[in-house]
Design a binder for this molecule. Sequence first.
Ligand SMILES: Nc1ncnc2c1ncn2[C@@H]1O[C@H](COP(=O)(O)OP(=O)(O)OP(=O)(O)O)[C@@H](O)[C@H]1O
Ligand SMILES: [Mg+2]
Length: 264
Amino acid sequence: MTSESAATPAIDQRQTFDDPRMTFTLETRDLTIRFGGHVAVNSVSCTFRPGELTAIVGPNGAGKTTYFNLISGQLRPTEGSILLDGADITQLSFQLTNLFPNLSVEENVRLAVQSESGVHYDMLRPWMTRRDLIARADAILDKVALGNRRSVPATALSHGDQRKLEVALMMALEPKVFMFDEPTAGMSIDEVPVVLNLIAQLKQDASKIILLVEHKMDVVRSLADRIIVLHNGQLVADGKPAEVIASPIVQEAYLGIAPGKSAA
Ligand SMILES: Nc1ncnc2c1ncn2[C@@H]1O[C@H](COP(=O)(O)OP(=O)(O)OP(=O)(O)O)[C@@H](O)[C@H]1O
Ligand SMILES: [Mg+2]
């Protein structure tokens, strides 16, 4: 029986994972939050799919970060729901990995890998051996280009390297959904491409949903498969990057051109 079950699961898995786009969705339905009288996110309904990087754009105070915090479960909506693969997760929080400032970069990543292996693998297969764990942590450190900083305490990293470490910890959890809120904010000019390359690399894995809040339109243009626009907490545009960028609402919000009027 053991040998039989060991020989067959690949077929089931192939059926399940053949088309990653079909495996799951993340959906917000009429998602709303009020702070006092102010509606920061106003009945936003949107569905996100694997293999798609969605950029969320909009003016300052539009509700982008609040929308993120609702999705991750750090804020509870006043109304509406969040569904992962059809299941209501409105009351759950996505697991966030702790960063331990006094531990080294390497120790932080190993701990994250270990916690992931403990959560998901114990029922399915034996615990990861220590060697597997170290190898996986090393692979992640290489991916985020922190191999040469592995012995440094997290607290001693530059701003850009701390962001890379956060991405590494996120990768260790193998989440279905990656969310980046202005990942390059405050970075020096030479740190920016490293983080953008990382996100581009994550995109290669078509089983992930990636959400990115970003003000810089050149970054949005180069990474996004889809753009949604929030304005006063409402979803006002959703579509392919070229179409959305050309839309009056984006032209107005980013270029100060009122709809129906020319720039001159
Ligand atoms: N905890 C809170 N209590 C009260 N008001 C809040 C709270 N969090 C956000 N807001 C308000 O909700 C609105 C949306 O804020 P949010 O931070 O989501 O905007 P944003 O689109 O991320 O803006 P930015 O581009 O500046 O980051 C703002 O008017 C903000 O002042
Ligand atoms: Mg914000």
